[in-house]
Every structure is written in structure tokens, then in C-alpha cells.
Design a protein around this ligand. Structure first.
Ligand code: PLP
Length: 389
């Protein structure tokens, strides 16, 4: 058998490259084939090879991604989906019933807020939003109603607020809530929420896990058999699965996650430090800066501070727009987490869906997804654009 022994004893990067990636036993191809197939031939009725029957229920390429994600996040099971929001939707359906409440940060990803507020609330689910860095406020919000889910996203988007996963998990569990962490911004290389006490992890694998801006995807990772069965059933019964080519591209991206995250973090740190005190800026939001309000917690629960940072421009919305349209290496686009640097204007792009709500982002804030290009080039690009505002 080509399988490696005791994968759980191996380091992160070794697992990222080997778990679920056994070479093809018939040809020796070191990279497992992409199983572009919708169905599987049976050896007599019900005679399945390897348990495979129909690709919505299971496909070997998707299985290899799921096995890899479960290993990297320290969970028992992982399920992959066509997008991050499809993953979230499946988890929410598996857990929530009418009358249940969900408590989430007042700065969660706009699409997560929209999914709960526009799809689940009309079906009878309650939603409370709260400042997740204020533990007393979270305790009150969780206790005020029948809270089924405490939803944590850290670092948050776009103001890079840090929440204390271990402390919040304790509050959630004391009230019988399932503690979910959206680990998209940190990735499992920088932050391990299950080890910190969370029950479930969700990802937009579109971002750092895929890492090359070439594929959409999402995942749910759990560490409990009963919940795993519910999510697995809905993955099959609802069917928002990742296709084999998408799963394969995501696996391919994950192999370099550790080296990419090291470079993303180093580049973002250097750019953040290079921008502190710039006369065109009111603030630089990056958890790696020592005066960031979440710096100490981030230093404790993350192994580095990641590749995302935001800035607030002194010149307001006009200056912010000009800045976002003046960089050359930082390309103006939604999304984040790819090897190429991106710049975005949250209030009109990623966070347009939360304008007019308490999640609204100030109109002088610009978000940078710092890529893995040469940092001198990136910093020069940002400084050149700031000169023009
Ligand atoms: C992008 C994103 C999502 C949604 O994922 P999609 O793949 O776009 O559906 C969820 N959470 C966070 C933090 C994200 O950045």
C-alpha cells in the first residue's frame, strides 16, 4: 500500500504535501489523477469499488482534499463545497432550527451576514451581532436567547480585529452553543481553532488555501461524529459539492500553504511598518503592529499575523478612492489570499451588502491583500500611490 504511516505524527508541511495524496497504484503516477467522472461502474448491483457510486455522494479527488483539510485543521472530518458560502449554508442548515439564535461579530464577512440575515432570519432564526472583542457583551448576547451557534471570525475583515478564540469558546460552551470559527484569513498554518477549543471550522478555500486566485471553494471541518454525519448527509442531499477539478486545484495550492503564508506575513509586516505615521493615513490596521489592540491575543493564538492589512486615509472617501485606483502592482479587485497583491475599497466592493447596517465599513478605509511578490516593489507601489492622493 502506498499510504504513509502515522500521518498525525508528521509536521504541518509534510502533511500538507502527503496526506490524502497517495500515488496512483496502477501507474505509479506520483500525482493522483483528477477523477473527472460523474458515476462509477458497479461489479454487479451494489458492488461498489472503494465505496464510490455517484459523484455527488463521493469522488476520490474530493475525498483527497477532505482528508487533507481534516488533517491540517486537526478535525475528524472535512467536507468540501463549491464555495465558502455553500459550506456555511450547509453547516447552518445542519445545526439551526426555527427559534434558534446565532450570535456573530458585528464585523463578520459581509456575505456571511447576508446569508444569515436574508436567508435564515426569514426562516425563523434569530441573529444578534456583537463586538467579539468585548467578552462581557458576548456573554450577555449568548445568554439572552437560545443561542445555538457562536460564530467567530478572526482576524476580521477589513479592520483586522482580533477575537480571543479560547475565551469565546468557553463562553459559548457554558451556554450550550456550538462554537464556529471562520478561519479563512489566518488559514490552518497560522491558527488552529479546534486546538483552541472551537467545535467547527469553516473556510473559503477560494482565499489562502487555494492561494492562486484560480478556483472557488469552501469547507466545513468538524471534530464530532454526530455533526459530521449531519453535514455529510446535507452535502449529499443538497449537493453544493466541489467539482473534481476545483478540488484538485485546491489540493495543489495547499501544498505550498506554509511557505506562502510565511512570505505573506513577512511582506505585510514590512508594509504595515513602512506605512505607520504616513501623513496621508489616519490609521494602519495590522495585528502584527505592537499597538494594535488585538496584538497580544494574536501573538498568543496565531503563529504569524497574516497577509491582510487595512489603512484609513486622512483625506476621506475621495483620497481612499484615488489611492485604490492608483496602485499598479496591487490590482483593484475583490477577494484576497492569492499570490498576487490586491487592493480593494470595502464599502463599495466586498462590504457593499452591509452598507446601512451596523457592519458598515468607514468610507475612508482601503484593504490590501499583500501577495508574495518582492516586498520592496510592493511598498514602493503603495507609497507612490499615496503620494497621488
Ligand atoms: C470570501 C469569504 C467567505 C465566502 O467565501 P466564498 O468562497 O466567496 O463563497 C467567507 N468568509 C470569509 C472570511 C471570506 O473572506
Amino acid at each position: 500500500m502506498p499510504e504513509i504511516t502515522a500521518p498525525e505524527s508528521l509536521g504541518f508541511s509534510t502533511r500538507a504535501i502527503r496526506v490524502g495524496q497517495e500515488f496512483d497504484p496502477t501507474t505509479g503516477a506520483i500525482i493522483p489523477p483528477v477523477y473527472l467522472t460523474s458515476t462509477f461502474v458497479q461489479d454487479g448491483i451494489g458492488g461498489f469499488r472503494g465505496g464510490y457510486e455517484y459523484a455527488r455522494g463521493g469522488n476520490p479527488t474530493r475525498d483527497s482534499l477532505q482528508e487533507l483539510l481534516a488533517s491540517l485543521e486537526g478535525g475528524s472530518h472535512a467536507y468540501s463545497f463549491a464555495s465558502g458560502l455553500a459550506a456555511e449554508d450547509t453547516l447552518l442548515r445542519a445545526v439551526l432550527q426555527p427559534g434558534d439564535n446565532i450570535v456573530m461579530g458585528n464585523d463578520v464577512y459581509g456575505g456571511t451576514h447576508r446569508l444569515v440575515n436574508r436567508v435564515f432570519v426569514p426562516w425563523g432564526v434569530g441573529l444578534s451581532t456583537v463586538d467579539m472583542s468585548d467578552l462581557d457583551a458576548v456573554r450577555d448576547a449568548v445568554a439572552a436567547s437560545k443561542t445555538a451557534i457562536l460564530w467567530i471570525e478572526t482576524p476580521s475583515n477589513p479592520l483586522m480585529k482580533i477575537s480571543d478564540i479560547a475565551a469565546l469558546a468557553e463562553i459559548g460552551h457554558a451556554n450550550g452553543a456550538l462554537v464556529v470559527v471562520d478561519n479563512t484569513f489566518a488559514s490552518p498554518y497560522l491558527q488552529q481553532p479546534i486546538a483552541l477549543g472551537a467545535d467547527v471550522i469553516v473556510h473559503s478555500t477560494t482565499k489562502y488555501l487555494g492561494g492562486h486566485s484560480d478556483v472557488l471553494g469552501g469547507a466545513v471541518i468538524v471534530n464530532d461524529l454526530e455533526l459530521a454525519e449531519k453535514v455529510g448527509f446535507l452535502q449529499f442531499a443538497v449537493g453544493a459539492v466541489s467539482g473534481p477539478l476545483d478540488a484538485w486545484l485546491t489540493v495543489r495550492g495547499i501544498k505550498t500553504l506554509a511557505v506562502r503564508m510565511d512570505r505573506h506575513s513577512a511582506n505585510a509586516q514590512e508594509i504595515a511598518e513602512g506605512l505607520v505615521g504616513h501623513p496621508a493615513l489616519d490609521a494602519v490596521y495590522y495585528p502584527g503592529l505592537p499597538d494594535h489592540p488585538g496584538h497580544d491575543i494574536a501573538a498568543r493564538q496565531m503563529s504569524a499575523f497574516g497577509g491582510m492589512l487595512s489603512v484609513a486615509l486622512t483625506g476621506g472617501a475621495v483620497a481612499a478612492r484615488k489611492f485604490a485606483e492608483s496602485t499598479e502592482l496591487f490590482q483593484l479587485a475583490e477577494s484576497l489570499g492569492g499570490v498576487e497583491s490586491l487592493i480593494g475599497y470595502p464599502t463599495e466592493m466586498t462590504h457593499a451588502s452591509v452598507r446601512g447596517t451596523e457592519l458598515e465599513v468607514p468610507d475612508n478605509v482601503i484593504r490590501l491583500s499583500v501577495g508574495i511578490e518582492d516586498v520592496d516593489d510592493l511598498l514602493a507601489d503603495v507609497l507612490r500611490a499615496l503620494d497621488q492622493v
